[in-house]
Design a protein around this ligand. Sequence first.
Ligand SMILES: [Zn+2]
Length: 198
Amino acid sequence: MSKTVILDNGHGGLINGVYQTAGKRSPMYSKGVLFEGMFNRCVINRIKEELDRLSIPYYHISPEDRDVSLGARVTRSNNIFRDNNDTWILSIHANAGGGKGVEGFTTVGDTGSDPIGEVILTNLEKDLRGQRMRFDKSDGDKDKEFNYYILRKPKMSAFLLECGFMDNISDYNNLWDRDYLDVLVKSLVKSIVHVYNK
Ligand SMILES: [Zn+2]
């Protein structure tokens, strides 16, 4: 059996130029305001294109540009689970709050999300050269643990990736950068394919 990814882009996108989510954006730096939900869609759309090219199947629980509620995302995931319980969720986000670097979250405790998170973060550490990785190795793996709703509520394993801090200038420049996105997406696709073929 193959473990199929369920893709989730956090928050809303832009509709006729209007961002659909309150907050969740960078300060006004040199390249303009970066809307997190727009960035998350850039990543997920690129992942979908690469998986299509590789004929690797996936689900997508948040294809709308409006901000689909967390409850709806969980309901959609659990509906998928009824048909296919060999699935896992990858939720893409960008951070704010004064830090720098990339960090990934699983639910608290030792769950099916931990080995998946380890694959993703190990590949990102190798591929995102020069980017700071914010690991918590106190429990023997690289992920941080937090019971976010989108991690805790669905019936399948879930992993949440924060791709950089929108309010850190260096991360902000990365998040706008096509080359950073290329490397990030390539690395995530490699992990998705690895989990699928395992
Ligand atoms: Zn977010």
